[in-house]
Design a protein around this ligand. Structure first.
Ligand code: MLT
Length: 238
């Protein structure tokens, strides 16, 4: 049985992976980490996505796992790229969902600084009231509320630091051609944050990468199309 490491999106925590953990029970050994300051994790001094990648590597150490299939969604995908740079020998295969290889534009960096400032001032409550379009227009009110509940449980300082850490990340496009593990890219067809065009950049850059586009899903495709997402994961686990 393969080990599967889940890396969460911003500004959520590892509980966003609950549908996949339930769906894949008995099919993979799974570890969903909270990044520093998110979920149950203490904040510590982590301030970069590389710190998050090292934090995930330590979680694997504690679980006694040497190599894992690394599955990151959005910010989790950015961390997966860091993990690959820093712990390549521990990556069995890659699953990159609703994410992008490109770095931020100057406008996005500016927006992330604003988010950090507001999250420090208004905490997770401000964030929950000012979410980017994490879900598509067809998502249920119930799912929207579930997402807001997860966001409200986070710390404002963790949100601020993650926002600044994302702004600081490098362009990962130069890394793509060197990826030599099986790579699956998943994207919600209605994702407007990291749209299908960004997924295609990754697929075209990584030799042999496969693309699964989930029709009825926005950015948090694992929550909007949990069955299709789980099916794609099972395909990647072989
Ligand atoms: C996420 O879902 O992790 C974030 O929306 C990613 C981003 O803002 O680039």
């Amino acid at each position: 049985m393969k080990d599967l490491l889940f890396l969460h999106a911003f500004p959520l925590d590892a509980t966003m992976w609950r549908p996949q953990i339930l769906a894949l029970r008995g099919r993979a050994r799974m570890l969903a980490v909270d990044f520093p300051g998110f979920g149950a994790e203490p904040l510590g001094s982590a301030a970069t996505l590389d710190d998050y990648a090292d934090h995930a590597a330590r979680a694997l150490d504690r679980a006694g796992v040497r190599r894992a299939v690394v599955c990151g969604l959005s910010m989790g995908g950015y961390v997966a790229f860091s993990f690959l740079r820093r712990h390549r020998e521990r990556v069995d295969a890659l699953i990159l969902a609703d994410t992008r290889a490109e770095a931020d534009s100057p406008e996005t960096v500016e927006r992330r600084r604003h988010v950090a400032e507001q999250a420090r001032r208004g905490g997770a409550e401000w964030m929950a009231d000012n979410l980017p379009p994490l879900l598509s227009d067809v998502a249920s009110a119930n799912l929207r509320e579930r997402v807001r509940v997860i966001v409200r449980a986070q710390s404002g300082e963790a949100i601020a630091r993650a926002s600044l850490a994302m702004a600081d990340r490098p362009d990962s496009r130069p890394l793509l051609a060197s990826i030599d593990v099986a790579t699956l890219v998943i994207v919600g067809a209605m994702d407007t944050i990291t749209p299908p065009a960004s997924a295609r950049v990754i697929v075209e850059g990584v030799r042999g990468a496969r693309l699964v586009e989930l029709p009825q899903a926005g950015h948090l495709a694992n929550l909007e199309a949990p069955d299709g997402f789980a099916e794609a994961l099972l395909g990647a686990l072989g």
